[in-house]
Write a protein that binds this ligand. Structure first.
Ligand SMILES: Nc1ncnc2c1ncn2[C@@H]1O[C@H](COP(=O)(O)OP(=O)(O)OP(=O)(O)O)[C@@H](O)[C@H]1O
Length: 258
């Protein structure tokens, strides 16, 4: 298992009263899975992703990443993390943004550049190496941040609503791109989203979370959909059936506020 969490709880101590963000979460993620976390705003999706990434420590429960503690996994750079906003340095070119984590790791310049170019090609940005982030669209910037996460050659890719701020057409395009990239690389992905359609389109499994404190209400298998996904699968009855089950799960948690 790439991720194994047992009875994971996390309470944020705040000035007035403690906030329970996660409550007894059990989750296992196998190699090559694409798992989406979906749930209402504030239900603890980002917190769960941050616990996997060792950016937060759980208050109780256990979590292992490839059999290691999250800290060991972080130090071994087993994961790449893509944030909600692209978080690129405006004074660095696209290529030098992708090279930055490799620079920090002390990787030689030639290798850094080769890896950055390879990953930029993977996300369809060959030819943009020397541009600055502000010369690119929002969708392209987010592809740069995916390339940056991939440049570390992680086993696990953690993505926190990477396409949330983009228009629907760009989002469709990037979803298609991401599913192709996932198939080509065989990476394990954990993806936070608010969008039912996006979760169904991308995932092998969807984890439906309750409003705060975040608990897991349902884990939905998406393998009735073909592994190779094209945008037209969204018109299929299998797609509709899975989307329906996600919606029902969210409703059960009294969280469906559309
Ligand atoms: N550092 C913190 N200190 C105190 N409370 C926090 C902290 N970080 C998050 N919270 C609270 O914990 C709960 C879960 O937050 P989290 O960001 O994990 O939710 P989310 O599901 O990712 O939300 P969204 O979909 O809006 O991004 C929220 O109520 C949030 O206000």
């Amino acid at each position: 298992m790439v991720v194994e969490a047992r009875k994971l709880s996390l309470v944020y101590p705040t000035a007035d009263k403690p906030v329970t963000a996660l409550s007894e979460v059990d989750l296992t993620i196998a190699r090559g899975d694409f798992v989406s976390l979906i749930g209402p705003s504030g239900c603890g999706k980002t917190t769960l992703l941050r616990v996997i990434a060792d950016l937060e420590r759980p208050t109780s429960g256990q979590i292992a990443i490839e059999g290691m503690t999250p800290e060991q996994a972080r130090l071994k750079r087993l994961y790449g993390y893509v944030f909600q906003a692209p978080a690129l340095y405006p004074w660095r070119t696209v290529e030098r943004n992708v090279m930055l984590p490799l620079e920090i790791m002390g990787i030689a310049r030639a290798e850094r550049q080769a890896r950055a170019r390879e990953q930029l090609e993977r996300v369809g940005l060959s030819g943009f190496e020397r541009k600055f982030p502000w010369q690119l669209s929002g969708g392209m910037q987010q592809r740069v941040s995916i390339a940056r996460a991939l440049a570390l050659q992680p086993d696990l890719l953690l993505m926190d609503e990477p396409f949330g701020a983009l228009d629907e057409i760009t989002r469709d395009h990037l979803n298609l791109h991401l599913t192709q990239l996932w198939r080509a690389t065989g990476k394990t992905c954990v993806f936070v989203t608010h969008s039912i359609a996006e979760a169904v389109f991308l995932s092998t499994r969807i984890v439906v979370m309750s409003p705060r404190p975040g608990r897991i209400l349902d884990v939905i298998d998406c393998n009735s959909l073909p592994r190779e996904r094209t945008l037209d699968i969204r018109e299929s009855p299998e797609f509709a059936a899975i989307a329906h089950r996600v919606r029902e799960g969210l409703k059960e948690g009294h969280s469906y506020d559309d």
